[in-house]
Design a protein around this ligand. Sequence first.
Ligand code: ZN
Length: 243
Amino acid sequence: MRTLIISDIHANLPALDAVIEDAGSFGQVWCLGDVVGYGPDPNECIQRIASLPGIRCVKGNHDAAILGDIPVQAFNYEARASLRWLQSELHPENKLWLGELPERLELEGVTLAHASPRNPVWEYIMDIRAAEENMGEFATRVCLVGHTHFPYLFQLEAKTPDTIRRSLLPEDKPFSLEEKSILNPGSVGQPRDNDPRAAYLIFDDEDQRWTFRRVPYDIQQVQERILAAGLPQRHAARLAAGW
Ligand code: ZN
């Protein structure tokens, strides 16, 4: 069975739909959170994700903020503006759906957490030190995280244990993970690695291989709707260059 892995959708429905179409057939979906925040389509993204086959989803910091789990003051000025807008837009049943998301999920062979296994909604795993500190915090071979909006892999070295290697994900080149790993699929709706295309992963359990994909979508249309909704201009501008 093929599993679609998505993260940081950030209320960007055209990006999400481009990913779903590009992924082809899949039997289940692992979603690493931040379904909402920044973008113009929070209700539509929740409804689309909730309807995907075999959906398992964890809660992101933006999802938690809208539920009141994290004080809005913890966010920067523009993220706060988008949270206030979201507060007035989000339908009650969609808020309920977000409220039921767990912070962390342990499935067969894989742990899901938005930010990190030890601090599921807030820590950024950007460097080897943070990855090192988190390697002992999950029992499965692979931990999937999002949050940074950077696709990457942190992996324990087979030959020299306790050494962690950080690598970028090869596009369209299936790879397998033999050693303990922290794997980030990048962001669907707001990539920050200077590549504006939506990012996602596919896992095929038949050959135990992971494939990283990028897919273009109509960015201009999303930018126009961000501005029309009165959301911060910066949230529209960044989509075009992926920062
Ligand atoms: Zn995010």
